[in-house]
Ligand binder design. Structure first.
Ligand SMILES: Cc1cc2nc3c(=O)[nH]c(=O)nc-3n(C[C@H](O)[C@H](O)[C@H](O)COP(=O)(O)O)c2cc1C
Length: 456
């Protein structure tokens, strides 16, 4: 069997993910493997059409395409995203169509399901036969049981390809919104006062709806929003995954990104991200923005803000993008609202955008921040344990931040709960106590709230 590995690590061969591929190669020497460093080489593939065509020719020879990549900020790295864009832009879809595809990721399991959903949808859009995905923790290969698990996955995948098993699409083809948005004349505006509003976009003029949505929003804030285009920021390149920043948050790039992120975005009370859907996410320019924000490690990013997502494209059909943006907002405890151009009329979209501005200003004035969702609650525990444990000496800046902000909130430190548990577990060994406790658990569960309702 010929297996083409599309390596999504910006680190090329010196990649954790590629260790997992090498292990599969070692266990199944009967296959022919070829790894293409499409993320590491994406600049060349972008500029040199012959180099890109050579990659596509190799894909043509594959019985199975293995999309192997590290998780970068809830998805694929920006460089891999760009490669995927090139596949669509350059009409290479037909070469992928009908081929089996499998996904192999390494990560610390933070949002791995979003990245898998994204790549599954990409395989569907390419007409590939998606046969399965494997999410390895980056250190799994050191554990014998996990090596066995990976071996079984590979064996089952290869057997499925050999038997030509039928597979089903996991996502429906996208139906783009049909509205050609033309903002109307009347407008309800809002005065942001002392609240600083930034609209961040990658608008390059290719989506007329996006351009019009930004114009409408900008004037909805009484013209007081600062519109910043990512193309105007001095960003020399995407995150390289070197993790040099982990010591003290200093990025190896000395371009304008950190200053822009900390000072221009950091100063905003209200932040609107305005972008157009490109395949099953925003553009690779947006992905570059998110990846470069990793210089802040696993700390809460831009902090508590009112956030609007103004999206041109069929967001309601792109669950992985909606989830990634929701998770991003949730992890920073941002109050997020979404508006897309999936409206029936321009007047309807006008009202949605005007109202978005109003809701963002109202949220900022009230100082409202929402409670966390599962994403931030679960994510915190993953980061907390990793930074306290195995990642500590590399991610020293995170460790200092977590210590300073009391984020090492392990339940072991909660003495009152520990004592209560110990006492109650002892007492409930008695049948009569057990009957009292479990016999009326519904009331016991609401008893602690009583003081909230006593007095004023
Ligand atoms: C910029 C950056 C972003 C990352 N984002 C995530 C993430 O969202 N979720 C996660 O579980 N791991 C994340 N990681 C960890 C990597 O996925 C993990 O270290 C991976 O094994 C690296 O593989 P590689 O050496 O093949 O590039 C991130 C690492 C970097 C450098």
């Amino acid at each position: 069997m010929k297996i083409i590995v599309l390596n999504g690590s910006p680190k090329g061969d010196i990649s954790v993910t590629m260790q997992y591929v090498a292990y599969i190669e070692k266990k199944f020497p009967g296959n022919r493997y070829e790894t293409l460093n499409v993320a590491h080489e994406v600049k060349k593939l972008e500029k040199d059409a012959a180099a890109f065509d050579a990659v596509i020719e190799k894909v043509r020879s594959a019985d199975l395409v293995l999309w192997a990549f590290p998780l970068y900020v809830m998805l694929v790295p920006a460089q891999y995203k760009r490669f995927i864009e090139l596949v669509f832009e350059r009409g290479a879809r037909e070469t992928f169509a009908g081929k089996y595809a499998a996904v192999l990721t390494t990560s610390i399991h933070y949002a791995d399901m979003i990245a898998h959903d994204y790549l599954r949808a990409i395989c569907d859009d390419l007409g590939m036969k998606y046969i399965g995905a494997y999410s390895a923790d980056m250190h799994d290969l050191l554990v014998p049981g996990e090596r066995e698990r990976l071996t079984k996955f590979a064996a089952l995948t290869f057997a499925g390809v050999e038997r030509n098993v039928p597979v089903q699409r996991g996502t429906a083809p996208l139906i783009p919104p049909t509205l050609a948005y033309v903002p109307g004349n009347g407008q309800t505006t809002v005065e942001p006062g002392a609240k600083k509003v930034v609209i961040l976009t990658d608008d390059d003029g290719t989506s007329a709806n996006l351009t019009a949505m930004i114009a409408r929003l900008s004037s909805a804030f009484s013209g007081k929003a600062e519109v910043i285009n990512l193309h105007d920021i001095d960003i020399r390149g995407p995150c390289l995954g070197c993790c040099s920043c982990a010591y003290d948050n200093t990025c190896v790039y000395t371009d304008g990104f950190v200053d822009f992120y900390k000072n221009r975005l950091g100063a905003a009370d209200i932040l609107v991200f305005a972008g157009a859907i490109r395949d099953r996410y925003l553009s690779s320019t947006w992905k570059c923005f998110f990846d470069r924000s990793f210089f802040k490690g696993h700390t809460p990013g831009l902090g508590e803000k009112q956030v609007g997502f103004a999206i041109a494209g069929p967001l309601s059909q792109v669950a992985c993008l909606k989830e990634a943006l929701t998770m991003w907002a949730d992890s920073g405890r941002c109050n997020a609202h979404f508006v897309t151009d999936e409206a029936a009329t321009s007047a309807e979209l006008d009202a949605l955008l005007d109202s978005l501005a109003g809701r963002l200003v109202a949220g900022a004035e009230a100082g409202y921040t929402p409670p966390h969702l599962f994403y931030a609650v679960g994510g915190h525990k993953i980061f907390r344990d990793s930074i306290y444990g195995g990642m500590r000496f590399v991610f020293q800046a995170d460790y200092r931040y977590y210590k300073k902000h009391n984020l090492f909130d392990f339940p072991q430190g909660d003495t009152k709960t520990r004592v209560t548990n110990a006492v109650m577990m002892l007492l409930t060994k008695s049948k009569s106590v057990r009957q009292k406790v479990y016999g009326d658990l519904k009331h016991h569960m609401i008893e602690p709230f009583a003081p909230v309702f006593s007095g004023d």
